[in-house]
Ligand binder design. Structure first.
Ligand code: CTP
Ligand code: MG
Length: 231
């Protein structure tokens, strides 16, 4: 039998760049919050077992009645001051049935347009790359480096440059250690793979769909509304 995975969902951000009165993960599209779209995208997959959602301490919007989705457990824990701290807390809060060597998927609450095909591709890659794997996409635009005045200083080669998406999949214990080490060193890690790189672990890049985008600004929300309307 192929294995099934627990997910960790950092959802404790305030959405400063998005703006508005409530955190962006609670903005509704087609009658459901962004966060619920994200949870549904994950838990509707047969190889996802459950989710641990990291919430802000002053979160006033989480629906307390939501304890199961697609018959699978949805648990919550307190988030932290950074995305990495929220992920660390959620890893620690996972049930004991999740072994330290078990692979866990970390997926942004603000990335609701995840397709099952991308999860399948990630799971296939993990079979050959048990050290870890992430969804990502190659850089398509020409890259310019700016000087201090904001003029072009150089054109950078884009070969072998990728944009890191989520889910990012790593063994529970090793990821917790990598995030702990980064925190102790005061290193700001912006994704799980970066924390793993610091301890010498090279995740596999799995090319995913371009439309697995993160909602950062209102323009991204309009794009997601369009995607949902088209489904
Ligand atoms: N996140 C978190 N804990 C934090 C900060 C962020 O769990 N202390 C989560 C967000 O809720 C989001 C994901 O990490 O699902 C990706 O972060 P980002 O898109 O940067 O969201 P925000 O931090 O909320 O937005 P901003 O940076 O614009 O404030
Ligand atoms: Mg942020």
């Amino acid at each position: 039998m192929s294995s099934a995975y627990w997910c960790v969902i950092p959802a404790a951000g305030s959405g400063a760049r998005f703006g508005g009165d409530m955190p962006k993960q609670y903005v509704e599209v087609a009658g459901r919050s962004i966060l619920l779209h994200t949870l549904d995208a994950l838990l509707s997959h047969p190889r996802v077992k459950g989710a641990m959602v990291a919430l802000s301490n002053d979160d006033a919007y989480w629906p307390a009645a939501l304890t199961r989705l697609h018959g699978k457990p949805v648990l919550t824990c307190a988030g932290g001051v950074s995305r990495a701290a929220s992920v660390s807390n959620a890893l620690a809060a996972l049930p004991v049935e999740v072994g330290q060597g078990d692979i866990v998927l970390v997926h942004d609450a603000a990335r609701p347009n995840l397709a099952h095909g991308d999860l399948d591709a990630l799971f296939d890659a993990l079979a050959a790359h048990p050290q870890g794997a992430i969804l990502a996409a190659p850089v398509r635009d020409t890259l310019k480096r700016a000087n201090d005045e904001g003029d072009i200083a150089a054109t950078e080669p884009r070969e072998k440059l990728w944009r890191a998406f989520t889910p990012q999949a790593f063994p529970r214990g090793l990821l917790a250690k990598a995030l702990g080490d980064a925190a102790t060193a005061g290193a700001q890690v912006t994704d799980e793979a970066m924390a793993m790189e610091r301890i010498g672990i090279r995740a596999r890049l799995v090319e995913g769909r371009e439309d697995n985008f993160k909602i950062t600004t209102p323009a991204d929300l309009a794009r997601f509304e369009f995607m949902v309307a088209r489904r």
